[in-house]
Write a protein that binds this ligand. Structure first.
Ligand code: ZN
Length: 162
């Protein structure tokens, strides 16, 4: 339980010093979908600050039903009009198959493994651009973040046709 105690102890100093953001709407009208990988500091890597963006994370940073659910709210309730989907190098979901991940975890789930970053990003962006309820989205970009250099490969851009 030390783990939990440490978290609560850290929170005491955080709460005393933190900046308060009153508005729940992301200041840069942006949502970032990325991997849960512990090596990615999303805010620092993209120059974002508290209150500026929704950050939606899962294994692989893939556009799953739950990401769509979150983005529906980002768009319609919280003013988001831009999305960045950011995969990364050395991802645990790259170079493996769904069957291998099912075997590894014992979980009979769809894991959305990544065969090729460009193809997976294209697939995910296609999902975003074809949902009628995501019509408020005007700009989407697909990035690959390099966990060794910290640099971003700007793979794909999409802008809603006027
Ligand atoms: Zn990953």
């Amino acid at each position: 339980m030390t783990q939990i105690v440490d978290l609560l102890r850290a929170n005491e100093s955080y709460a005393a010093a933190r900046a308060n953001v009153a508005d729940a709407r992301p200041g840069r009208r942006l949502a970032v979908v990325t991997c849960m990988d512990a090596r990615i500091d999303v805010f620092a890597a993209l120059g974002l600050h508290l209150g500026e963006a929704h950050v939606i994370r899962n294994a692989g940073g893939r556009v799953t039903d739950d990401v769509l659910r979150s983005l529906a709210l980002s768009c319609h309730v919280l003013g988001v009009d831009s999305v960045v989907v950011m995969q990364h190098t050395k991802c645990g979901l790259a170079g493996v198959t769904d069957d291998e991940l099912k075997e590894l975890t014992g979980a009979n789930l769809g894991f959305f493994p990544i065969d090729d970053h460009a193809a997976a990003l294209a697939e995910d962006i296609d999902l975003l651009t074809t949902q009628p309820y995501l019509e408020p989205l005007k700009v989407i970009a697909g990035f690959v973040y390099d966990v060794e250099s910290g640099e971003i490969d700007d793979i794909v851009r999409w802008t809603r046709p006027a």
